[in-house]
Design a protein around this ligand. Structure first.
Ligand code: NAD
Length: 383
């Protein structure tokens, strides 16, 4: 048995996503389980070095997760040939510069979305990685949610017949930070720091729609900044310069119509923080983060509009749960494992920097559609 030690430079790992999803639930979890077993009996053992700006935070995080290496000097880390992978979960506006340095140092790249602050920047990263011949991947975690895995199963089985439309409701109330602390970092609400829900969520919607229902071909989007002022992590009020809600329609290859509401200013009255309803000629489904329920054509009730009588239907009871039928691991960990196998075994990993750039393309075009108050076509993207 061979143990494949993979040195990973993890930058931005003191942040919300870096700490919780990528370090604790993914890399530290893989180490705790003794590494990632391969079919031939070998094991991949990730060996991370935590990188960031605050020595005290890094030291505490490393200690808490049984990791011996940390550094505040990215250039020195990139100079170490033993660390072959660079991972980035910094704030979006800092990502491109660091990824470029890592590509120049010959590292394989894995990073959070959005990959850049503009399509030009995201495409440049994809091009540089291709030219350098380094492997590369972008986090597309929603594809690994149990609810979406079940939805994909339904699509692949032909359950829907012809898919007509998709309704996506995403969001929850993010507190303003005055009388209750906000659940998201304040940079999300400042355009100048790379914030905004369109930039954040359209990066997800692109790969979700492309992978499940067909390539996005056109977008119409209205963005809004509903809350003008919030209070930051230090108790200081700041002006919100970025959109906190987006009301969008997408047209997909094949004619599927998608309505997507994304909002940090909505109070949840649905079964989950993200729900996706798919209506097809043969059946419909509603997926949340973990669950998915269906209603087949033959089980569809026949309501008649009549407000003069009490509603005789209990609509939510007319759906059937899709069973788990498998064990679902954390989605970020599942994707990390595929990326590590891609590095060691060269197994396919389709979610690369070019796919990531498609997410930036959609948010760029969504912002333009809002600004110009019109539908915009989404052209094919090539490097
Ligand atoms: N895949 C997902 O579902 C998902 C969800 C949320 C956020 N994200 C992405 O992950 C990235 C990080 O988001 P987060 O919510 O963890 O943010 P965060 O503010 O909690 O963490 C940001 C990290 O970047 C570092 N950083 C580097 N330069 C900085 C600067 N100038 N100002 C502030 N921090 C700086 C911080 O030290 C910290 O480690 C973003 O690109 C975001 O779009 C992805």
């Amino acid at each position: 048995m061979t143990i494949h030690h993979i040195g990973i430079i993890m930058n931005g790992v003191t942040g919300r996503m870096g700490t919780n999803q990528h370090l604790i639930r993914s890399i530290a979890a893989i180490r705790k389980q003794g590494g990632l077993p391969l079919p031939n009996g070998d094991v991949i053992l990730p060996d991370p070095i935590l990188v960031g700006r605050s020595a005290s935070k890094l030291a505490a995080l490393a200690e808490a997760n049984g990791i011996s290496r940390w550094s505040t000097d990215l250039a020195a880390c990139l100079a170490n040939p033993a660390d072959t992978v660079y991972f980035d979960a910094q704030i979006t506006s800092s990502r491109a510069e660091s990824v470029k340095q890592a590509i120049a140092a010959g590292k394989h790249i894995y990073c959070e979305k959005p990959t850049g602050s503009s399509l030009a920047q995201s495409l440049e990263l994809a091009r540089l990685a291709r030219e350098a011949g380094v492997k590369n991947g972008v986090v597309q975690d929603k594809l690994f949610l149990p609810g979406l895995i079940k939805l994909k199963r339904l699509v692949d089985s032909g359950f829907f017949g012809k898919i007509l439309s998709v309704r996506m409701e995403f969001g929850y109330w993010v507190f303003e930070g005055d009388w209750q602390a906000a659940q998201r970092p304040s940079w999300n609400y400042r355009k100048e720091d790379g914030g905004g829900i369109i930039v954040d969520m359209f990066a997800h919607w692109r790969y979700v729609l492309d992978n499940l229902f067909g390539e996005v071909r056109a977008v119409s989007c209205l963005g809004v900044t509903h809350i003008d002022e919030r209070v930051d992590e230090n108790g200081k009020p700041y002006a919100c310069t970025a959109d906190d809600a987006a009301y969008a329609t997408f047209l997909l290859e094949g004619g599927v119509v998608v309505q997507a509401n994304s909002s940090w200013t909505v109070r949840v009255n649905r079964e989950d923080l993200l729900t996706i309803q798919v209506d097809g000629t043969e059946g419909s489904a509603v997926a949340g983060l973990r669950d998915c329920k269906t209603q087949h054509r033959v089980n569809t009730c026949k309501p008649v509009w009549n407000p003069d009588i009490p509603n005789p239907f209990s609509f939510r009871d007319q759906w059937q749960e899709v069973p788990d039928n498998q064990i679902f691991d954390n989605g970020f960990k599942a994707q990390w494992e595929l990326f590590l196998k891609h590095i060691v075994l060269d197994t396919p990993f389709p979610w690369d920097l070019l796919e990531g750039a498609k997410g930036t393309q959609l948010s760029d075009l969504g912002l333009r559609s809002w600004q110009e108050r019109r539908w915009i076509d989404v052209p094919e993207l090539t490097i």
